[in-house]
Design a protein around this ligand. Structure first.
Ligand SMILES: Cc1ncc(C[n+]2csc(CCOP(=O)(O)OP(=O)(O)O)c2C)c(N)n1
Ligand SMILES: [Mg+2]
Length: 295
């Protein structure tokens, strides 16, 4: 079978490039609402907030072959935060790794798309998340292993701000610097929320950049809902990997429910309730916002 390798990693920050990622993110947000409606629930607020992060990586940065998700040379994308699977499935669908039609099975018995990310169920899902704070430890091992094998593949680890509470995260962060893992890039969704409330009330992790810098990482902080900023940051991370050989972290401040005003303005909750009659309104608001932005 003929295979294609998708990569635009070295491209300039041209308007078309940004547009392509924004359109990818827009389609992802519709996928997320559709999946949420099937189950009547799901971590929809987080997935809408992080859609631009997923889209930037899947539409622009990652090397992969949609028709061969286990291709040896692929970059590894590790979803540490298992409950964000709904967002990851939307990205995998838009990337052509999972059929878009399959998204309607989300969370059902026998589906390949369980509510928490499971590597044995879903093509393109590298690890099983859920037990927070473990993704980075696995990412460090993966990055070391790939380097040992002489592979040029990179490792991307997606984590949430709640995972910054975990000691294992910081052990892994120090280990990555110790081993000079330039092939490792972390993105943190800083939505300022956790299951037990606002991050600042659960455990004050700010100033977050200082902590990663103290561990020896190349640190950038961006508006995680601004695709231009995200692209520039991931480009800089790739350059850093080549020049300095140290790991990179992109700290992304995001807005829960991004793209759907009904949800953006609702009281923030780890598990957002959306009534049966609200899904259609959500879709309409998403479409209207997109049409307004692209006029
Ligand atoms: C090791 C571990 N401790 C506790 C939990 C329970 N838990 C599930 S989600 C969550 C919140 C984590 O924060 P974050 O991912 O930032 O939440 P969100 O932004 O999605 O609200 C917690 C504590 C878990 N899954 N794993
Ligand atoms: Mg959070």
């Amino acid at each position: 079978m003929e295979t294609t390798t998708l990569s635009t990693r070295s491209g300039e920050l041209a308007p078309e490039r940004r547009h392509r990622v924004e359109e990818f993110a827009y389609r992802m947000r519709h996928d997320v609402l559709n999946m949420g409606e099937v189950q009547g629930q799901g971590y929809v607020g987080q997935a809408l907030g992080a859609a631009d992060m997923f889209a930037t990586v899947y539409a622009d940065q990652l090397e992969y072959r949609p028709e061969d998700p286990d291709w040896d040379g692929r970059d590894r994308f590790l979803l540490s935060t298992g409950h964000y699977a709904i967002g990851h499935y939307a990205a995998l669908a838009e990337a052509g790794i999972v059929p878009v039609e399959e998204l309607e099975t989300y969370g059902s018995d026998d589906s390949r798309l369980p509510m928490s990310g499971m590597s044995t169920y879903t093509p393109g899902m590298e690890i099983s998340g859920g037990s927070l704070g473990h993704g980075l430890t696995i990412a460090v091992g993966t990055a070391l292993g790939l380097r040992h094998q002489g592979s040029s593949a990179r490792v991307f680890n997606f984590m949430s701000d709640g995972e910054l509470d975990e000691g294992s995260t910081w052990e892994a962060a120090m280990g990555a610097h110790h081993h000079g893992l330039g092939n490792l890039t972390v993105m943190v969704d800083i939505n300022a929320l956790q299951a037990d409330g606002k991050t600042e009330t659960v455990l004050r992790t700010e100033p977050v950049p200082d902590k990663w810098a103290a561990c020896g990482w190349f640190v950038q902080r961006v508006d995680g809902n601004d695709v231009g900023q995200l692209l520039a940051a991931f480009d800089a991370a790739a350059r850093e990997a080549e020049n300095q050989g140290r790991p990179s972290v992109v700290l992304c401040d995001t807005r829960i429910g991004r793209g759907v005003p009904l949800l953006e303005t609702r009281e923030k909750a780890h598990f957002m309730r959306i009534d049966e009659n609200e899904w259609q309104t959500c879709r309409e608001q998403l479409t209207a916002g997109h049409e307004g932005a692209t006029k």
